[in-house]
Design a protein around this ligand. Structure first.
Ligand SMILES: *[C@@H]1O[C@H](CO)[C@@H](O)[C@H](O)[C@H]1NC(C)=O
Ligand SMILES: *[C@@H]1O[C@H](CO)[C@@H](O)[C@H](O)[C@H]1NC(C)=O
Ligand SMILES: *[C@@H]1O[C@H](CO)[C@@H](O)[C@H](O)[C@H]1NC(C)=O
Ligand SMILES: *[C@@H]1O[C@H](CO)[C@@H](O)[C@H](O)[C@H]1NC(C)=O
Ligand SMILES: *[C@@H]1O[C@H](CO)[C@@H](O)[C@H](O)[C@H]1NC(C)=O
Length: 508
């Protein structure tokens, strides 16, 4: 091919890849060098072995058992099957794996002695990952602090936990830090707080209405504050004691909903900014600028704890990256808050959210019923523009599907979802977002914190009726694997039909 025609072809390809219509054609090599693709799970949702080898209950064990709900006592039995699971990661072609450490497995009482068997389990697992070229992304806190700390002093409501969390982080950095370069202190800090202390629908199940105890007016803000301080304290420790030697980074995890105004009215536009401030700025404001957003300070007033000057300095700049969870988009409508009794997080926001779900029956944050990849692009763009373009890792994104094995195995909607969302990430990266990694939630079907075993996100099916918890690849596992190994992704309806045919006749 001569130079001129090759230039012309290059130009055409470039033009095509930058027009909206063809941006759905991409391959892995379109992402920057070093961009990391992975998948994930979390300790309680995957490990099982809940009472084995010295592990003591976390608040999730207590929350589920006291309500007689489905639980993670056995879950995927990852505690015993981790070698097999690392093999699945290798076959899929993952660069990285996101998982969390169970605080009550490592330090059963939350403080004090380390459990040697728990320590050995995480050493073995991390060793297995690293030996197979899979980068561990470790989360220290995924919704599950030791019940002992809840009983002793009220867990995250008490600033004493900052010291205990830092000591726990110290053990993790010291014992695992030779192999772990990516630490996320707190997973989905904002939603953990709202779920556990405003709504009472996740552990520890505290709220003002319909809960045994709690105070939705004040507790969410106290807990959010202590999470930020605990993160900042662990991050400072890492920088002082480990960073030079280990060279890793410490980030903070947030759940990001894609917000857009319901109407073009000025009120809805302002309300949309307020939604972003309450849900994201609540934590990103202190982490990037050292203070809560103005609209929160004004509205929440004395219920929002103050940072001392020293604390503000500690929190500001303490996160090396933002670890994002993103599933859902919602439109925002301005409302005049109406409530009888004390305000709570929602009345403070003065908005109503309409989740973009065709099946709006549940309204759960995990609903991914309508694919709105532009919301993902919008979230990344917003963080870039409003928070000084921090490094971002999308630590969770994926699609839940309800139903039996047949529906699960031929999971075309999941493939379509991942395809458009990864495409949306690429668009944001091309427009300057410093997003550095993308993790499909989840590697395999897990115990889901909001939904038990009812709907699952896995690339691999897990037979929870089988005592061996047998795993088998769904079509999405084949698709993701193909993408990671270099297949160009183009999915029209014909492409999907072809995929089905190809997968049915292939064996991964
Ligand atoms: C909840 O906390 C707020 C703010 O501290 C306080 O005014 C209110 O009385 C508390 N509500 C209950 C039911 O204790
Ligand atoms: C949701 O509803 C819209 C309008 O009826 C439809 O175009 C779209 O395909 C639906 N999405 C899903 C995921 O069912
Ligand atoms: C791309 O980035 C620029 C500069 O930050 C911004 O003004 C523009 O709105 C972004 N485009 C999209 C499609 O988000
Ligand atoms: C799941 O395991 C049970 C018990 O071994 C078995 O009867 C069932 O056929 C399995 N289901 C699938 C879809 O493999
Ligand atoms: C299916 O397999 C055929 C033959 O190997 C290949 O040409 C085609 O690109 C594949 N289609 C998809 C969507 O992977």
């Amino acid at each position: 091919m001569d130079l001129v025609s090759s230039l012309i072809i290059t130009t055409i390809i470039l033009a095509l890849s930058f027009t909206g219509r063809c941006s759905h054609v991409y391959s892995r090599s379109d992402f920057p060098e070093g961009f990391s693709f992975g998948s994930g799970a979390s300790s309680y949702q995957w490990e099982g072995a809940a009472a084995e080898d010295g592990r003591k209950p976390s608040i999730w064990d207590t929350y589920l058992h006291s309500r007689n709900l489905d639980n993670g006592d056995i879950a995927c039995d990852g505690y015993h099957k981790y070698k097999e699971d690392v093999q699945l990661m290798v076959e899929t072609g993952l660069d990285a794996f996101k998982f969390s450490i169970s605080w009550s497995r490592l330090i059963p009482n939350g403080r004090g002695p380390v459990n040697a068997k728990g320590l050995q389990f995480y050493k073995n697992f991390i060793q297995q990952l690293v030996a197979h070229g899979i980068e561990p992304h470790v989360t220290l806190y995924h919704y599950d602090h030791p019940q002992a700390l809840e009983d002793d002093y009220g867990g995250w409501l008490n600033p004493t936990i900052i010291k205990d969390f830092t000591a726990y982080a110290d053990v993790c950095f010291r014992e695992f830090g030779n192999h772990v370069k990516f630490w996320t202190t707190i997973n989905e800090a904002n939603i953990f707080t709202i779920g556990g202390y405003n709504d009472g629908i996740t552990a520890p199940g505290r709220c003002s209405r319909n809960c045994i105890s709690g105070n939705s007016s004040s507790e969410p803000y106290i807990v959010g504050h202590n999470l930020l301080l605990a993160h900042a304290s662990a991050s400072r420790l890492y920088r002082q004691k480990y960073k030079d030697m280990q060279g890793g980074s410490v980030g903070f995890g947030l759940f990001a909903i894609g917000f857009s105004p319901t109407t073009t009215s000025k009120d809805d536009e302002i309300a949309t900014q307020r939604a972003r401030d309450f849900y994201l700025g609540w934590m990103l404001g202190p982490l990037v600028f050292g203070e809560y957003p103005y609209v929160m300070r004004r509205t929440v007033g004395s219920r929002l704890p103050d940072f001392s000057e020293e604390e503000s300095e500690l929190v500001k700049g303490s996160s090396d990256f933002v670890g994002l969870t993103h599933y859902t988009a919602a439109t925002v409508t301005n409302i005049i808050p109406y409530y009888s009794g004390d305000p709570d997080f929602y009345s403070d926001t003065s908005i109503t959210l309409t989740y973009l779900c065709n099946d709006s029956s549940t309204g759960l944050l995990l609903d991914t019923c309508e694919d709105t990849p532009r919301a993902m692009e919008g979230v990344l763009e917003y963080i870039k523009q409003s928070y000084e373009n921090p490094p971002v890792y999308i630590l969770e994104n994926g699609k839940s599907i309800k139903g039996d094995f047949q529906l699960q195995e031929k999971d075309t909607p999941r493939i379509e979802y991942l395809h458009v969302y990864i495409g949306a990430v690429l668009k944001a990266v091309r427009n300057g977002s410093d997003t550095r990694g993308y993790f499909v939630w989840s590697l395999m079907d897990l115990y889901e914190l909001l939904d038990g075993y009812g709907s699952t996100f896995g690339l691999y099916y897990v037979n929870f009726s089988d005592s061996h918890r047998k795993r088998s690849p769904k079509h999405s596992a084949h698709w993701y694997s193909g993408f990671l190994k270099g297949d160009t992704t183009f999915l029209g309806s014909q492409g999907i039909a072809q995929l089905q045919v190809n997968f049915s006749s292939s064996s991964l």
